[in-house]
Design a protein around this ligand. Structure first.
Ligand code: GTP
Ligand code: MG
Length: 471
């Protein structure tokens, strides 16, 4: 291979999912994909760039147009083997019946490796055998990829048997579902198809891995920034003498909630961009708790920790819960308050809940003289909810393959369970204690503790993200 980066052409029959495989592998959502065969008409390069450097290149190609005649020509060819492709292209360049065949073989003639894509959920046909034989005759290093569009696996043995005759390696790779770990596995398989490629591909894999780790670290930073911004946020407004106090509180609370939602949204967007999703809107599954508003009852019911978990984290030992329940009567719809109601019920039996209710207010309201203040938040649940929503969002983002353009029903069912609980409800009580300490430090503006617990929380988030990526 002449170029300094490994180059692979993605080749196959029309509509088998070549462009989808490429899109997922290269994490590029600009790749054109369509249910109508013949979508890709030109050869197109998709370099994978990391830190401004091209590290590997994938080439999208049109599907075979005339494989049987192409094969027949190649079988009759009498010239030197290493001239086969150039001779074929020279002989058919101007023939519209072989336009796609010439185009797709051009990168192979130039030295690209081959990734042959088939839909493994259908039987092997003679046409496929012809295509595989053409690729074998080219002598190019080649990997067969089974990208099954349906869940039917009854033809897989059949495909594997054919593939063993024609390819150096075989890999199952689902363009709609493959995640980070499976992308790495596919790159590992590419190593096996040609010894010469091995050192280069080793470097590619290391670069992919360190880039992924860097993205996880950056995501953890973004989440931590969000927590600091939101949980430390407070704003004041003059008490308008024309309004009654409740109305002023409502207005300010609305302002506060808008701020929190907006800031959260910006963080999610930044995370999404980090994982290279920009052109197409990745869809959140309809059942996802992320479809719910941050402040809805359901969000807090689903993602809120249990009372016991909070108590174990030591969360109630400080200024973490409060009243403000009167506000709920004012017509502002705060799921938080009703969630809190249930929470206080339980906490009240553990601690003299009434004292807590009287001493603190949920969002840290202060009414003094002619101004009122809302924030910093006094309920640690907000920390866990923001954190879990970011983690859930990230898990959707990293599991949304770039080649996936909509949800299929089967995938929906598989994903259903994942959203029922937040990630932090599985964290150890020590880890939750760190969250609690971080929260307290924010409240007290204790910079030393904030720094220390912030670093620990950051490490916990990175660990969670790494774990999520390797599943
Ligand atoms: N459910 C499902 N659909 C897939 C999968 N891979 C591809 N498809 C769908 O199959 C259709 C064809 O996919 P493409 O990637 O455009 O296929 P192609 O081989 O590039 O097609 P041409 O460019 O026309 O040769 C699209 O509607 C894809 O969404 C898959 O793994 N699962
Ligand atoms: Mg295509």
């Amino acid at each position: 291979m002449a170029a300094s980066v490994p180059i692979f052409a993605i080749i196959g029959h029309p509509n088998e999912g070549k462009s989808s495989v490429l899109s997922t592998l290269a994490e590029d959502d600009t790749v054109r994909i369509s249910p109508i065969p013949g979508e890709t008409t030109e050869v197109q390069n998709f370099p994978v760039m990391i830190d401004g450097q091209e590290i590997i290149r994938f080439i999208d190609t049109p599907g075979f147009q005339n494989p049987r005649q192409t094969l027949a020509w190649m079988q009759d060819y009498k010239g030197p083997n290493n001239q086969l492709l150039t001779a074929f292209i020279a002989a058919h360049r101007d023939d519209p019946d072989f336009r796609d065949d010439c185009n797709l073989l051009t990168p192979v003639a130039a030295g690209a490796g081959v990734i042959f894509v088939v839909d493994g959920s259908r039987p092997v046909r003679n046409m496929d055998k012809a295509e595989m034989e053409i690729l074998r005759l080219t002598g190019a290093p080649r990997l067969a990829v089974i990208n099954s569009k349906e869940d039917d696996s009854s033809y897989l043995d059949n495909w594997n048997a054919e593939f063993r005759k024609h390819f150096n390696a075989i890999r199952v790779f689902n363009s709609s579902r493959a995640n980070y770990a499976q992308r790495i596995e596919l790159l590992e398989s590419l190593k096996a198809i040609d010894q010469q490629l091995e050192p280069l591909l080793k470097m590619v894999i290391t670069t992919y891995q360190s880039d992924w780790h860097a993205r996880n670290q950056r995501t953890a930073e973004l989440i931590l920034e969000l927590l600091r911004d939101v949980l430390g946020y407070h704003t004041t407004a003059p008490c308008d003498p024309k309004d009654n106090e409740t109305l002023s509180k409502q207005k300010l609370t609305q302002h506060y909630m808008d701020y929190v939602s907006r800031t959260e949204h910006q963080t999610h967007k930044a995370i999404r961009t980090l994982y290279k999703h920009h052109i197409f809107d990745l869809e959140l599954p309809p059942h996802s708790i992320l479809q719910e508003d941050l402040f809805s009852d359901k969000t807090w019911e689903f993602l809120g920790l249990t009372d016991k978990q909070l108590v174990l984290a030591g969360a109630i030992s400080g200024a973490t819960i409060g009243a403000g329940i009167d506000l709920a009567a004012g017509g502002v719809s705060f799921g938080v308050f009703s969630a809190l109601g249930g929470f206080l019920g339980a906490a009240g039996t553990l601690f003299k809940g009434k004292d807590l209710i009287d001493s603190f207010e949920l969002l840290g309201f202060k009414v003094g003289g002619e101004s009122i203040q809302v924030g910093p938040a006094r309920n640690i649940q907000l920390l866990f909810i923001l954190l879990d929503r970011c983690l859930l969002f990230t898990s959707h983002v990293i599991n949304w393959a770039h080649g996936r353009r909509d949800y299929d029903q089967a995938a929906l069912l598989r994903e259903q369970d994942g959203d029922k609980k937040g990630f932090t409800s599985n964290w150890s009580s020590d880890d939750r204690k760190v969250c609690s300490q971080f929260f307290m430090a924010l409240q007290k503006q204790d910079t030393d503790t904030l720094e220390k617990t912030g670093t620990r929380l950051y490490e916990m988030i990175v660990r969670q993200l790494q774990h999520m990526s390797e599943e």
